[in-house]
Design a protein around this ligand. Sequence first.
Ligand code: SME
Length: 153
Amino acid sequence: MDERRAARYGRIYEQLRELIEGTSPNLTAAMATICAVLHAKMPHHFWTGFYFVAGDRLHVGPYQGAAACQVLEGGGVCLEAVRTKEAVVVPDVDAFPGHIACDARSRSEIAIPVLANGHAVAVFDVDSATPNQFSDADVEPLQRILSLLQPFV
Ligand code: SME
């Protein structure tokens, strides 16, 4: 990850901490605020959003970007993150078996589960229209941002 992106993550975390700790009334508001700020400030983000866990399916939550799949089921990157409770980094979506293409322009992706008491309750997902946009180095700064949701889960 380049230094510019690392510095941006730091600034975005501070801005979101202030916004969420100061004013977010609930989980949906905090998620929407995270999407809005990250999507606006990260030029490589093509789609930025959340899915909520609903049994063995996922239902779309707050997001920014093109209209997305309303329901995910049967496989894919987001369900893999929920199943493993671990971040899933996909440098090339065509190389990920079962990848669900809500938008054919998506080329790389990262999905990070939102955990509550050890259970995945949602998943945060970012798509890029450029291949190879995510690596393991993106996981920790994004998890730090997602930790701002913990008071609401
Ligand atoms: N590609 C995801 C589907 C969600 S969209 O990218 C918004 C997946 O395989 O789970």
